[in-house]
Ligand binder design. Structure first.
Ligand code: KIV
Length: 271
Protein backbone atom coordinates (compact mmCIF):
# COMPACT_ATOMS: atom_id res chain seq x y z
CA UNK A 1 0.00 0.00 0.00
CA UNK A 2 1.51 3.36 -0.92
CA UNK A 3 1.93 6.22 1.51
CA UNK A 4 -0.67 8.12 -0.49
CA UNK A 5 -3.43 5.56 0.00
CA UNK A 6 -2.82 4.02 3.40
CA UNK A 7 -5.38 4.54 6.12
CA UNK A 8 -3.90 6.32 9.11
CA UNK A 9 -5.02 6.12 12.70
CA UNK A 10 -4.22 9.80 13.15
CA UNK A 11 -5.85 12.30 10.81
CA UNK A 12 -6.35 16.06 11.13
CA UNK A 13 -9.89 15.30 12.34
CA UNK A 14 -8.57 12.90 15.00
CA UNK A 15 -6.05 15.48 16.18
CA UNK A 16 -8.76 18.15 16.34
CA UNK A 17 -10.99 15.78 18.32
CA UNK A 18 -8.23 15.31 20.90
CA UNK A 19 -8.98 18.72 22.45
CA UNK A 20 -9.11 18.21 26.21
CA UNK A 21 -8.31 14.48 25.86
CA UNK A 22 -5.10 12.81 27.10
CA UNK A 23 -2.17 14.85 25.75
CA UNK A 24 -1.13 14.46 22.12
CA UNK A 25 2.42 13.16 21.79
CA UNK A 26 4.32 14.90 19.01
CA UNK A 27 7.96 14.97 17.88
CA UNK A 28 9.85 16.13 14.85
CA UNK A 29 11.57 13.68 12.52
CA UNK A 30 13.48 14.18 9.30
CA UNK A 31 14.74 10.74 8.23
CA UNK A 32 13.21 7.33 7.59
CA UNK A 33 14.94 5.34 10.40
CA UNK A 34 14.13 7.83 13.13
CA UNK A 35 10.62 8.46 11.80
CA UNK A 36 9.99 4.70 12.16
CA UNK A 37 10.85 4.90 15.87
CA UNK A 38 8.86 8.09 16.40
CA UNK A 39 5.84 6.72 14.55
CA UNK A 40 5.54 3.81 16.98
CA UNK A 41 5.05 6.17 19.92
CA UNK A 42 3.65 9.45 18.64
CA UNK A 43 0.36 10.83 17.36
CA UNK A 44 1.91 13.49 15.14
CA UNK A 45 5.28 13.71 13.40
CA UNK A 46 6.37 17.17 12.35
CA UNK A 47 8.88 17.47 9.54
CA UNK A 48 9.95 20.79 11.00
CA UNK A 49 12.02 23.41 9.26
CA UNK A 50 14.26 23.05 12.34
CA UNK A 51 15.93 20.51 10.05
CA UNK A 52 17.82 23.45 8.58
CA UNK A 53 19.70 23.82 11.86
CA UNK A 54 19.79 20.31 13.30
CA UNK A 55 20.40 18.37 10.08
CA UNK A 56 21.92 20.85 7.62
CA UNK A 57 23.94 23.08 9.95
CA UNK A 58 22.27 26.35 8.90
CA UNK A 59 22.38 29.26 11.37
CA UNK A 60 18.57 29.62 11.41
CA UNK A 61 15.50 28.25 9.64
CA UNK A 62 15.46 31.16 7.19
CA UNK A 63 17.58 29.37 4.56
CA UNK A 64 15.38 26.27 4.39
CA UNK A 65 13.78 25.68 0.98
CA UNK A 66 10.61 23.98 -0.20
CA UNK A 67 12.77 21.35 -1.92
CA UNK A 68 14.48 20.48 1.40
CA UNK A 69 11.10 20.13 3.11
CA UNK A 70 9.80 17.88 0.32
CA UNK A 71 12.90 15.67 0.36
CA UNK A 72 12.69 15.10 4.12
CA UNK A 73 8.89 14.87 4.00
CA UNK A 74 9.20 11.97 1.55
CA UNK A 75 11.78 10.26 3.77
CA UNK A 76 9.49 10.48 6.82
CA UNK A 77 6.43 9.34 4.88
CA UNK A 78 8.26 6.14 3.92
CA UNK A 79 8.29 5.18 7.61
CA UNK A 80 5.13 6.67 9.08
CA UNK A 81 2.18 4.29 9.36
CA UNK A 82 0.14 5.53 12.31
CA UNK A 83 1.05 9.11 13.13
CA UNK A 84 -0.17 12.13 11.20
CA UNK A 85 2.74 13.63 9.27
CA UNK A 86 2.78 17.43 9.11
CA UNK A 87 5.34 19.26 6.97
CA UNK A 88 6.43 22.85 7.67
CA UNK A 89 6.07 25.45 4.95
CA UNK A 90 9.49 27.15 4.93
CA UNK A 91 10.24 30.87 5.02
CA UNK A 92 9.39 32.59 1.74
CA UNK A 93 7.05 29.89 0.46
CA UNK A 94 3.73 31.27 1.79
CA UNK A 95 3.93 34.80 3.21
CA UNK A 96 3.29 36.63 -0.10
CA UNK A 97 -0.37 35.67 -0.02
CA UNK A 98 -2.93 32.87 -0.07
CA UNK A 99 -2.27 31.88 -3.70
CA UNK A 100 1.46 31.46 -3.10
CA UNK A 101 0.72 29.51 0.08
CA UNK A 102 -1.72 27.24 -1.74
CA UNK A 103 0.77 26.52 -4.53
CA UNK A 104 3.48 25.61 -1.98
CA UNK A 105 1.16 23.56 0.23
CA UNK A 106 -0.30 21.68 -2.74
CA UNK A 107 3.23 20.80 -3.91
CA UNK A 108 4.24 19.60 -0.45
CA UNK A 109 1.11 17.47 -0.07
CA UNK A 110 1.22 16.01 -3.60
CA UNK A 111 4.96 15.30 -3.60
CA UNK A 112 5.24 13.89 -0.06
CA UNK A 113 1.79 12.44 0.64
CA UNK A 114 1.79 14.15 4.06
CA UNK A 115 -1.49 14.84 5.83
CA UNK A 116 -1.13 18.53 6.66
CA UNK A 117 1.16 21.55 6.60
CA UNK A 118 2.21 23.96 9.34
CA UNK A 119 2.88 27.64 8.90
CA UNK A 120 4.08 30.34 11.26
CA UNK A 121 2.02 33.46 11.88
CA UNK A 122 -0.99 34.72 13.81
CA UNK A 123 -3.56 37.32 12.79
CA UNK A 124 -1.44 38.27 9.76
CA UNK A 125 -1.78 34.72 8.40
CA UNK A 126 -5.46 34.16 9.24
CA UNK A 127 -6.66 34.87 5.69
CA UNK A 128 -4.11 32.39 4.33
CA UNK A 129 -5.09 29.71 6.85
CA UNK A 130 -8.76 30.15 5.86
CA UNK A 131 -7.89 30.03 2.14
CA UNK A 132 -5.92 26.79 2.52
CA UNK A 133 -8.43 25.13 4.85
CA UNK A 134 -11.27 25.87 2.42
CA UNK A 135 -9.30 24.25 -0.42
CA UNK A 136 -8.37 20.90 1.05
CA UNK A 137 -5.18 21.76 2.88
CA UNK A 138 -5.32 20.94 6.61
CA UNK A 139 -3.26 23.54 8.48
CA UNK A 140 -1.50 23.58 11.84
CA UNK A 141 -0.89 27.14 13.07
CA UNK A 142 2.24 28.25 14.93
CA UNK A 143 2.23 31.32 17.18
CA UNK A 144 4.30 32.74 20.01
CA UNK A 145 7.97 32.46 19.08
CA UNK A 146 8.19 32.28 15.31
CA UNK A 147 11.77 31.32 14.41
CA UNK A 148 11.36 32.28 10.74
CA UNK A 149 10.99 35.90 11.90
CA UNK A 150 14.28 35.98 13.80
CA UNK A 151 15.70 38.68 11.52
CA UNK A 152 12.87 41.02 12.54
CA UNK A 153 12.49 40.05 16.18
CA UNK A 154 16.22 39.77 16.76
CA UNK A 155 16.21 36.64 18.91
CA UNK A 156 14.46 33.66 20.43
CA UNK A 157 12.87 35.35 23.45
CA UNK A 158 9.92 34.16 25.54
CA UNK A 159 6.69 35.53 24.09
CA UNK A 160 3.51 36.78 25.72
CA UNK A 161 4.79 38.24 28.98
CA UNK A 162 2.87 41.17 30.47
CA UNK A 163 1.05 43.36 27.98
CA UNK A 164 2.30 41.20 25.09
CA UNK A 165 -0.04 38.42 26.22
CA UNK A 166 -3.06 39.89 24.44
CA UNK A 167 -1.20 39.92 21.10
CA UNK A 168 -0.24 36.24 21.36
CA UNK A 169 -3.74 35.28 22.49
CA UNK A 170 -5.26 37.20 19.56
CA UNK A 171 -2.86 35.44 17.18
CA UNK A 172 -3.88 31.99 18.43
CA UNK A 173 -7.59 32.84 18.31
CA UNK A 174 -7.21 34.24 14.78
CA UNK A 175 -5.60 31.12 13.28
CA UNK A 176 -7.90 28.75 15.18
CA UNK A 177 -11.00 30.63 14.01
CA UNK A 178 -9.59 30.73 10.47
CA UNK A 179 -9.61 26.93 10.36
CA UNK A 180 -6.32 25.61 11.76
CA UNK A 181 -7.01 22.16 13.26
CA UNK A 182 -4.28 22.60 15.90
CA UNK A 183 -1.98 25.42 16.99
CA UNK A 184 1.66 25.15 18.10
CA UNK A 185 2.53 27.51 20.97
CA UNK A 186 6.29 28.02 21.04
CA UNK A 187 8.14 29.58 23.98
CA UNK A 188 5.03 31.23 25.40
CA UNK A 189 4.83 32.26 29.08
CA UNK A 190 3.17 29.40 30.99
CA UNK A 191 0.07 31.22 32.32
CA UNK A 192 -0.67 32.55 28.85
CA UNK A 193 -0.24 29.13 27.20
CA UNK A 194 -2.75 27.78 29.72
CA UNK A 195 -5.13 30.66 28.94
CA UNK A 196 -4.82 30.14 25.17
CA UNK A 197 -5.53 26.43 25.63
CA UNK A 198 -8.74 27.31 27.47
CA UNK A 199 -9.68 29.97 24.91
CA UNK A 200 -9.43 28.13 21.60
CA UNK A 201 -11.52 25.23 20.35
CA UNK A 202 -8.69 23.26 18.75
CA UNK A 203 -5.74 21.53 20.46
CA UNK A 204 -2.72 23.56 21.48
CA UNK A 205 0.62 21.80 21.06
CA UNK A 206 3.21 23.29 23.37
CA UNK A 207 6.98 23.60 23.06
CA UNK A 208 8.37 25.61 25.93
CA UNK A 209 4.76 26.46 26.83
CA UNK A 210 2.68 24.64 29.49
CA UNK A 211 1.76 21.15 30.72
CA UNK A 212 -1.83 22.36 30.31
CA UNK A 213 -1.48 22.32 26.52
CA UNK A 214 -3.45 19.64 24.68
CA UNK A 215 -0.19 18.17 23.37
CA UNK A 216 3.57 18.54 23.58
CA UNK A 217 6.24 18.63 20.89
CA UNK A 218 10.03 18.71 20.97
CA UNK A 219 12.72 18.75 18.32
CA UNK A 220 13.83 15.11 18.21
CA UNK A 221 17.55 15.87 17.98
CA UNK A 222 17.30 18.10 21.08
CA UNK A 223 15.58 15.49 23.26
CA UNK A 224 17.92 12.74 22.05
CA UNK A 225 21.00 14.83 22.86
CA UNK A 226 22.09 14.75 19.23
CA UNK A 227 22.15 18.50 18.63
CA UNK A 228 24.78 20.09 20.82
CA UNK A 229 25.04 23.61 19.33
CA UNK A 230 22.72 24.95 21.99
CA UNK A 231 20.47 23.49 24.67
CA UNK A 232 17.10 25.23 25.10
CA UNK A 233 16.03 25.34 28.76
CA UNK A 234 12.60 23.94 27.88
CA UNK A 235 14.04 20.66 26.55
CA UNK A 236 14.30 17.59 28.75
CA UNK A 237 17.00 15.27 27.41
CA UNK A 238 15.76 11.68 27.18
CA UNK A 239 19.03 10.42 25.71
CA UNK A 240 22.65 11.35 25.15
CA UNK A 241 23.01 10.01 21.62
CA UNK A 242 25.57 12.63 20.63
CA UNK A 243 27.92 11.42 23.37
CA UNK A 244 27.21 7.79 22.43
CA UNK A 245 28.03 8.52 18.76
CA UNK A 246 31.23 10.32 19.77
CA UNK A 247 32.36 7.33 21.85
CA UNK A 248 31.51 4.89 19.05
CA UNK A 249 33.43 6.86 16.41
CA UNK A 250 36.41 7.26 18.76
CA UNK A 251 36.39 3.50 19.42
CA UNK A 252 36.33 2.75 15.69
CA UNK A 253 39.19 5.17 15.01
CA UNK A 254 41.31 3.62 17.77
CA UNK A 255 40.62 0.08 16.50
CA UNK A 256 41.51 0.94 12.89
CA UNK A 257 44.77 2.61 13.98
CA UNK A 258 45.66 -0.44 16.14
CA UNK A 259 44.68 -2.87 13.32
CA UNK A 260 42.12 -4.29 15.76
CA UNK A 261 39.39 -3.77 13.18
CA UNK A 262 38.47 -5.56 10.99
CA UNK A 263 38.69 -8.79 13.02
CA UNK A 264 38.74 -12.33 11.62
CA UNK A 265 34.92 -12.39 11.69
CA UNK A 266 34.71 -9.34 9.41
CA UNK A 267 36.82 -10.62 6.52
CA UNK A 268 36.16 -13.23 3.81
CA UNK A 269 38.09 -16.41 3.10
CA UNK A 270 38.90 -17.27 -0.52
CA UNK A 271 36.58 -20.33 -0.51
O1 KIV B 1 10.53 23.39 13.01
C1 KIV B 1 10.20 22.84 14.07
O2 KIV B 1 10.82 21.87 14.52
C2 KIV B 1 9.07 23.40 14.79
C3 KIV B 1 8.89 22.95 16.21
C4 KIV B 1 9.81 23.72 17.07
C5 KIV B 1 7.49 23.06 16.64
O3 KIV B 1 8.37 24.21 14.30
Amino acid sequence: MSAETQTRAMTPAAIRAAKGAPPLVCLTAYTTPLARIVDAHCDLILVGDSLGMVVHGLPSTVGVTLEMMILHGRAVMRAARRALVVVDLPFGSYEAGPAQAFASAARVMAETGCGAVKLEGGAAMAETVAFLSARGVPVVGHVGLMPQQVNVTGGYKVQGRGADAERVLADAVAVAEAGAFAVVLEKVAEPLARRVTEAIAVPTIGIGASPACDGQILVLDDMLGLFADFRPSFVRRYGELGAAAEAAVAGYAADVRARAFPGPEHVFSDT
